[in-house]
Design a protein around this ligand. Structure first.
Ligand code: SF4
Length: 369
């Protein structure tokens, strides 16, 4: 019996990622694939790949082969707009930006306002549309290329319905139920939704690559069951680990537990206070004990956040690790350093978010390239 659980709607416990690869039937992102990515892009890899924040894949080897042979590929990702975005939501978008930039490919970003309305009992349709606009600003602020990035909101981009119809004829109820966990009480809109979600994987007659957290993988398994029967490629994916919330390494940062998350729109001062108050460390009971025994970075959320996003320099990350282990670095100082990085990031992001208000139209996908 596993002491962790990963489904598209729930992540519990400390995830054993090697075990998850076996359970989900995906493949590990090997050194060979990572090196091939560096070779093809002629670039130094960003931390998300170097440090295996992305750790698993389906058919990424085929994506690279298609790129090398000149067939190319395209990227697809998305966001369910049910509330403000937090740091855990945005990190995969930075990795996606790197892929788009280095491979020079098109990227489609689906904003599933319809899905969130259907699946979240308390949200009105107006709420999800409002959050869609809000979240789009955060996504644009990441710095995507407007000539190659196409953002569309399901409720506005009605052409998607036409594309979803042939897909809807390929998915039967039990296939969808196995992935989405539908019950007798599920709304009929929810049952059609998998067809809408799969449609963007067919936007181009090339292989589609989805960078997403591994909990989303079951959705794409469904697409892989029928894609070839419609004359398209099975979608490929690269899977990331989860960004932990402030209060522990279990599960993932969750919008439903606001004290565990730092939101992209948080006032930097308030975010700092939140980290100071809630971030779990691997520190000892007293400073004296920590100086003697050293800290435990492997149990520490502060260290994890540096590792995943806030310390791009590998050498400095290792120095922090050793300084912690040797007892030379204490948690107060370490936390303050993380707070500074997070605040710098938030200030910069919020500036770009403001500028994004003028760019929204440039990114809108109308179905024409
Ligand atoms: Fe974590 Fe830093 Fe404390 Fe070490 S010193 S346990 S890395 S907060």
């Amino acid at each position: 019996m596993d002491d962790f659980k990963v489904t598209p709607w729930d992540v519990e416990g400390v995830v054993d990622y090697a075990k998850l690869i076996e359970e989900f039937g995906t493949s590990p992102l090997t050194d060979e694939l990572i090196e091939k990515t560096a070779e093809l892009t002629k670039s130094e890899l960003p931390i998300y790949f170097r440090r295996r924040f992305f750790f698993s894949h389906r058919d990424y080897d085929k994506v690279l082969a298609d790129y090398e042979s000149g067939k190319g590929f395209f990227l697809y990702t998305g966001r369910g707009p049910s509330g403000p975005m937090h740091i855990g939501h945005i990190i995969p978008f930075f990795a996606t930006k790197w892929l788009q930039e280095k491979f020079g490919v098109n990227l489609y970003i689906q904003i599933t306002d319809d899905e969130k309305f259907l699946f979240k009992e308390k949200l009105t349709f107006d709420d999800t549309k409002r959050w869609a606009y809000d979240n789009i600003l955060d996504i644009i602020a990441v710095g995507f290329d407007p000539d190659k990035t196409f953002i569309f909101q399901d409720s506005e981009f009605t052409k998607i319905y036409e594309m979803a119809i042939p897909i809807a004829k390929k998915i039967n109820y039990s296939m969808a139920r196995a992935v989405f966990g539908f019950t007798e009480q599920s709304k009929i809109g929810m049952i059609f939704y998998p067809a809408i979600q799969a449609a963007p994987t067919f936007f181009e007659r090339k292989r589609c690559l989805i960078p997403a957290a591994i909990d989303q993988d079951p959705y794409w398994r469904l697409q892989r069951d029928f894609a070839e029967s419609l004359g398209y490629y099975k979608t490929a994916a690269i899977h990331s680990k989860f960004v932990p919330g402030l209060m522990g390494l279990e599960g993932k940062m969750s919008a439903s537990k606001p004290e565990t998350a730092v939101y992209l729109t948080d006032d930097p001062e308030e975010a700092g206070k939140k980290i100071w108050k809630y971030a779990l460390t691997g520190g000892r009971a007293t400073a004296k004990e920590q100086r003697e025994k050293g800290g435990q970075p492997e149990k520490c959320v502060v260290f994890k956040w540096f590792e995943i996003f806030f310390e791009p320099d590998d050498k400095k990350l290792m120095e922090r690790y050793h300084a912690c282990k040797s007892g030379e670095l204490l948690c107060g100082q370490c936390k303050r350093e993380l707070i500074e990085r997070v605040q710098e990031f938030l200030k910069e992001h919020q500036k770009k978010r403001k500028e994004a208000e003028k760019k929204v139209e440039k990114f809108k996908y109308t179905g024409e390239l």
